[in-house]
Design a protein around this ligand. Structure first.
Ligand code: NCD
Length: 318
């Protein structure tokens, strides 16, 4: 880990553009470091590994959890944090992604966290910028810190990421969360079952090294973890599902379907949840199974770990 570092080298810096390409050692190291940040966060202890560094959050798409947790993570590490949303920026005036990026580059930002509706946007910025780039979700491609926080949550409950059966259910077609989780969980030696109506499964899903189901009952049978995904209507040009009510009946997680999973199965959701569409409210709030709030706590710790790892080279160079 010390020799080859964390993330992917593009230009002078290392970046976190996706889970694809990370090896089990890198994933484990990030989760182990995040564990130390969980304790520090609970004790309220300040850290200063990013003191004097600038973190820019550049969000071209809506976000609640991801943006605020990156902001909090940066501040807890002592960084100066700037949040830029496109509504109030020159992007709204038609500036291109590259022009925006070059403007930010001239300001000597150390880390850029970017969310964009185009797959590959984060990788493009990594080529153009001097900053370390963290992909906070690019189109339907990847959302690596979400997969890391999901993995941390699972590992804390199950003690391992090996030999688990994880059912990922819902709008897999549009989900970068699903893609990053598939990479991470299969890399760590778990089995992934995808479950969605045929219209919401990506072409070639079976080639991802996963089981593919259209029947939720088969997908949930004996599962250790049930991860539900939101119907991403903003990415749907036309209707992909006949009606919300019918969708909930066949693909919504309720107590009856959950009963098919292991008795102590974890229920997860990256948020934002659409209660009554992909998940029943009672199941989402049932703390016997639901770890949805814990995922949010893990999100801050994981983002602190990733920021720490990607700025180590800066500390070494001073
Ligand atoms: C997800 C995203 O934006 O990819 N949200 C998140 O970051 N927690 C999932 C979603 O929008 O449904």
């Amino acid at each position: 880990m010390a020799e080859h570092g964390f993330g992917r080298q593009v230009g002078r810096r290392r970046h976190l553009l996706g889970i694809a390409g990370l090896d089990p050692g890198q994933i484990r190291a990030a989760l182990d470091l995040a564990e130390t940040y969980i304790s520090l966060n609970r004790q309220g202890g300040p850290r200063d590994v990013m003191r004097g560094r600038t973190l820019m959050n550049l969000f071209f798409e809506a976000s609640t959890r991801t943006r605020t947790s990156f902001e909090l993570a940066g501040k807890r590490l002592g960084a100066d944090v700037i949040n830029m949303t496109t509504a109030g920026s020159s992007v709204a005036k038609g500036e291109t992604l590259i022009d925006t990026a070059m403007t930010l580059n001239a300001m000597h930002v150390d880390v850029l966290v970017v969310r964009h509706d185009q797959s590959g946007a984060a990788a493009l910025l990594a080529q153009k910028l001097d900053a370390a780039v963290i992909n906070a979700g690019d189109g339907t491609h990847e959302h690596p810190t979400q997969a890391l926080l999901d993995a941390l949550t699972i590992r804390r409950h199950r003690g391992t990421l090996e030999n688990l059966t994880v059912a990922i259910c819902g709008d897999v077609l549009h989900s970068r969360v699903a893609r990053s989780n598939i990479h991470l969980l299969t890399t760590m030696g778990s089995r992934v079952r995808l479950c969605a109506p045929p219209t919401l499964l990506p072409a070639g899903a079976a080639r991802l090294g996963v089981e593919v189901h259209t029947d939720m009952r088969a997908a949930l049978k004996g599962a250790d973890v049930v991860m539900m995904l939101r119907l991403q209507r903003e990415r749907m040009g036309s209707s992909f599902v006949p009606s919300a009510r019918e969708y909930f009946r066949f693909y919504g997680l309720d107590a009856a379907k959950l009963a098919l999973a292991k008795p102590d199965a974890l229920v997860m959701h990256p948020g934002p949840m659409n209660r009554g569409i992909e998940i029943d409210s009672a199941v989402a709030d049932d703390l016997q199974h639901s770890v949805i709030q814990e995922q949010v706590e893990m999100g801050v710790a994981v983002r602190m770990a990733v920021l720490d790892l990607l700025t180590r080279d800066l500390r070494r160079n001073v």
